[in-house]
Design a binder for this molecule. Structure first.
Ligand code: ARG
Length: 470
């Protein structure tokens, strides 16, 4: 062995004269990031060993030794006393080698198994756990949105299209739009978890095994089961070791979630600006400027917006990673993990920070009221008023446009025109036109499902609270 090469890991023990060169080892190791799969790797190995005992490859005693060996190793990893060895490449070889050093039966553990199906298993188990955690964080952010809205149920703000004032909406209605988006994100993650919940173990390196492995037992032990408790197994060994489409789905769901969070962040950044002034974020969730003493910046929201870029990038990286790979396993696939981990970690921290920040944010009712009392926001209501009087909507749209032009010409707010001025544009206007501009009445008039009406938003808030209470 040359002085700059590593000792041969078990995967090279028979075939190779030496370990890999040091730079090759450093280039190809994955333990620096895949160590975090250790719980899943041990879980998978214990299930595999249980099955090996059942089919007679391991004795009951050997299985016991393997289990207790892994128990001790797990305690050491938890306690921070376990030493990961880069020369053993990855989490799979580190754990197996350490087990075998302590327990002779460890040498039988890899029977009928390859790192190719092992890693496909570990990442599926990890994804399942991770998605369950993410769902909790998604719920927490939904709760924060709903509670923020519920703290200010009567606050009305302008709704915008093209970032131009459009129509009045309840502040809560605006927030609940995000609760809806997050609900669909949760659905996408659930779909992804369902499709990933299939056991690949038994696929071997590429072509299964000549040994009578009980795949159903392993799948059942690891919870890869359908609603009726029946095992779910990958049905093609080549597919089982080579595809990572479930990670693409995860990263795509994560990217879409990150984009939703980025939009929420952008709204918050706008609202907290002096120009809008609709909300105020507590000092503890803002940062200052090193130069400008007056600054209070919404960095949590800005970073959430910024980090969405890398989450989208992770999805692109994964897609490019898979594109053009010949069947079946290729070492390229090791590159799936950092992108996937980064997506999970990033969206999780964004969800948590945004939820915490919303809990520390208050509405500035005066600024909202000032903005929402712009009578132009009710121009569409004015057209609806004419429609109620029997006018075709296209004509009403034209008439109201002309009224707006008159108001502009006289430099008057729309609701300050006299009846004579309204009727000068069209005789269909009556004395009741002033009622159109009473904002609280205008909000009460929005009675249909999904509209920002007084009753409807109250109903939606109550429904969301109920849905999120469990
Ligand atoms: N560390 C590898 C990965 O993440 C494990 C599988 C290695 N398999 C192999 N044939 N070299 O993909």
């Amino acid at each position: 062995m040359s002085s700059d090469s590593h000792p041969a890991p078990v995967s090279r023990s028979g075939r190779f004269g030496s370990g890999p060169a040091a730079d090759v080892a450093a280039f190809s190791e994955s333990i620096s990031f895949d160590w975090r799969l250790w719980r899943q790797d041990i879980r998978g190995s214990v299930a595999h060993a249980t099955m090996l005992q059942k089919i007679g490859v391991l004795s009951a005693r050997e299985l016991r030794d393997i289990k207790s060996g892994f128990d001790t190793i797990a305690q050491e990893i938890e306690g921070g006393t376990f030493t990961w060895k880069p020369e053993l490449e990855d989490v799979h070889m580190n754990l197996e080698a350490e087990l075998t050093r302590r327990v002779p039966a460890g040498a039988r553990l890899h029977t009928g198994r390859s790192r190719n199906d092992q890693v496909a298993l570990d990442i599926r188990l990890w994804l399942r756990d991770e998605i369950a955690g993410l769902q909790e964080d998604l719920r927490s952010l939904q709760r924060a949105l709903v509670e923020f809205g519920a703290r200010h149920p009567a606050v009305i703000i302008p709704g915008y299209t093209h970032l131009q004032r459009a129509q009045p909406v309840y502040f809560a209605h605006h927030l609940l739009a995000y609760a809806e988006m997050l609900e669909r994100d949760a659905g996408r993650f659930a779909d992804c978890a369902h499709r990933a919940n299939v056991c690949p173990l038994g696929s071997g390196a590429i072509a299964g095994s000549t040994l009578p492995l009980d795949r159903e037992l392993v799948a059942t032990l690891l919870g890869f089961v359908d609603a009726k408790g029946r095992p779910r197994l990958t049905q093609n060994s080549m597919d089982g070791v080579s595809d990572r489409d479930f990670l693409v789905e995860f990263c795509a769901s994560g990217a879409l979630l990150a984009v939703h969070l980025s939009r929420l962040a952008e709204d918050i950044i706008l609202w907290v600006s002096t120009e809008f002034g609709f909300i105020r974020i507590a000092d503890s969730y803002t940062t200052g400027s090193s130069l400008m003493p007056q600054k209070k910046n919404p960095d949590v929201a800005e970073l959430t917006r910024g980090k969405s870029g890398r989450v989208v990038g992770n999805l692109m990286s994964l897609l490019m990673l898979l594109k053009g790979l010949p069947m079946t396993y290729n070492r390229d696939l090791q590159e799936d993990k950092e992108r996937t981990f980064d997506t999970a970690d990033t969206v999780r921290s964004c969800l948590r920070l945004m939820a915490a920040m919303l809990g520390q944010t208050t509405v500035e009712p005066a600024a909202c009221k000032e903005a929402a009392s712009d009578p132009l926001l009710l121009a569409t209501d004015l057209a609806d008023y004419l429609v109620q009087k029997g006018m075709p909507f296209r004509q009403a749209h034209h008439v109201v446009g002309a009224v707006v032009a008159v108001a502009e010409k006289w430099g008057k707010p729309l609701d300050q025109l006299t009846l004579a001025e309204f009727q000068g544009v069209d005789p269909a206007f009556g004395a009741d036109v002033t009622g159109v501009f009473r904002l609280s009445e205008a909000m009460a008039r929005r009675r249909i499902i999904g509209a920002p009406g007084t009753q409807e938003v109250r109903r939606q808030l109550a429904a969301w609270r109920k849905r999120l209470s469990s």
